[in-house]
Structures are given as C-alpha cells and as structure tokens.
Design a protein around this ligand. Structure first.
Ligand SMILES: Nc1ncnc2c1ncn2[C@@H]1O[C@H](COP(=O)(O)OP(=O)(O)OP(=O)(O)O)[C@@H](O)[C@H]1O
Ligand SMILES: [Mg+2]
Length: 247
C-alpha cells in the first residue's frame, strides 16, 4: 500500500529576490514536509541568510517572482508580524543588541504566557543571571548563539529556522544546543543553516540542500552531502552530475 505523504510545512516555488538592487535568490524551489528537518549548506554569500530573511518577510528583501507557502497558506505578501503569528520562528545569524530591554522580558513576550525563565535558560546552558541582562549586550559569541536559540525554544513556532546556531559554540555547549533544537523540532518542522555540520551529530536531519549563487543546486542525504563538501569543497556541487536531482 502506498504511504501517505505528509502535508507541506514550507513550500517555496520559483523564488527570486533582490536586495539593494542585487539579485540574491534566483528561482529557489524548496519543500519541507511537516515533521521534517532540512539542512542548508552553501559558501559565504551564496544566499542562505537571504532566503531566511525572505521567508520571515523583511521588506528590504524585494520579491521579484515566486511564492512562499506556510502550512498551505500563501504568506508571500504578509508582514513579519503576520508570519510570526502563523508560526515562523527564527534564530538569527547576526543577533540584535538592545539596551534597556532584558532578555527575560523578551522571553516572556515571545512565550505569550508565564514561563520558568531560569529553567528555559538552563536548556541552553545559560545561567539565570542572563535573564536580567540587556538583550545580547556584552554576550560572548557562543552566548549570543545560545540566546538566539533560547528565544526560538520559548516561542515554540511550528516552523523554526536556525541560521548557523553552531557558529562559535564550544563542544559541550554544541551538544546542549543541538539537543535542544532536536527536542524542539521532534514534533515540528524546520530549516537549519550550518557550515561545518557538527550540530548534525545531535540534530536528526531528513534532507540537505546546497545553495550556490542564490540557487539550490543539489539535494539529498545530509551526511552524504556534508562528507562530499568536506572532501571536495563546493566545487564538487557546481559540477555535480546529479545537480537538482536527489542523491
Ligand atoms: N543590504 C545588502 N546590500 C547589498 N548586498 C547585500 C545586502 N545584504 C546581503 N547582500 C549580499 O547578498 C549576498 C548573499 O548574502 P547572504 O547573507 O544571504 O549570504 P549567506 O549565504 O548567508 O553567507 P554566510 O555563509 O557568509 O552567512 C551576499 O553577496 C551579500 O553581500
Ligand atoms: Mg548567512
């Protein structure tokens, strides 16, 4: 008997986007089914963060063509607020610092209800004292990453995107952060952007994609694609005979 296919959590069709007059996404197609975790690899400047910003709906990322659907709803022209309400949560690569706004207040706002802030902070190995610190001000590189991940954990979005959550995180904290992301995404869907892929030891990803020059050129099994990139670099992806076909 044929297995029933899960519905789409995120579906992107032929998405082209420009920022400041520069085309950063060029006909991106991507589908993440409900319950799946996908990984996005790609060299610096290939358009990974731009894709994430376009999914969230930052107005400076101007959509030239294509559409973005979240759980079947067309969100292409929605505001950031509307998209967040529909269940998109993002851990940013470049975290904003805001003086006068405590991390604990941000977490309470994101949770929309009473939370045990200290317990939640503990899930990413941050001491409770961080809750009383101004948002990301003076946080070390690894603390910033964990603060970003914590904000998504508290928000509990139906679709979570993590932009390099492992960058600058030490080995012990990588296990903690990876475990927390995996727990969150077990019953949800998400997209994980990573360069080195160390976090994949802790996050059970279903599928990986390689982005080059604003296009997804190759998709397949995460460990297989990562090992090829590590062995042969992104040059391999440019020449990949199976480009745009599953590995
Ligand atoms: N505001 C902007 N003005 C001009 N160019 C921009 C702007 N924002 C992004 N870009 C360009 O868009 C391209 C894609 O950038 P993006 O941040 O999406 O890359 P990335 O794949 O996330 O790279 P990295 O791995 O370094 O994080 C880059 O060439 C970048 O310089
Ligand atoms: Mg980036």
């Amino acid at each position: 008997m044929a297995r029933r296919r899960s519905p789409s959590a995120l579906k992107i069709r032929n998405l082209s986007v420009e920022i400041a007059g520069k085309k950063v996404l060029d006909g991106v197609d991507l589908e993440v089914l409900r319950g799946e975790i996908h990984v996005l690899f790609g060299p610096n400047g290939s358009g990974k963060t731009s894709l994430m910003m376009s999914i969230l709906g930052f107005p400076s990322y101007r959509i030239l063509s294509g559409e973005i659907l979240l759980n079947g709803t067309d969100i292409t022209n929605m505001s950031i607020n509307e998209r967040v309400k529909l269940g998109i949560g993002i851990a940013f690569q470049s975290s904003p610092t805001i003086r006068g706004v405590k991390l604990g207040d941000v977490l309470r706002h994101l949770a929309g209800s009473k939370i045990d802030g200290a317990k939640m902070a503990g899930a990413v190995n941050l001491d409770a004292e961080f809750l009383n610190r101004d948002l990301n001000v003076g946080f070390s590189g690894g603390e910033l990453r964990r603060s970003e991940v914590l904000q998504v954990l508290v928000q509990r979005p139906s679709f979570a995107i993590f932009d390099e959550p492992d960058s600058g995180v030490d080995v012990e904290n990588l296990e903690v952060v990876g475990g927390a992301i995996n727990n969150l995404l077990k019953k949800r869907s998400g997209l994980l952007i990573t360069h080195q892929g160390y976090i994949l030891r802790y996050v059970e990803a279903d599928k990986a994609h390689v982005m080059l020059n604003g296009r997804i050129v190759c998709s397949g099994i995460p460990t297989k694609i990562l090992s090829q990139i590590m062995k042969r670099g992104y040059k391999w992806c440019e020449k990949c005979p199976k480009a745009r076909r599953p590995h």
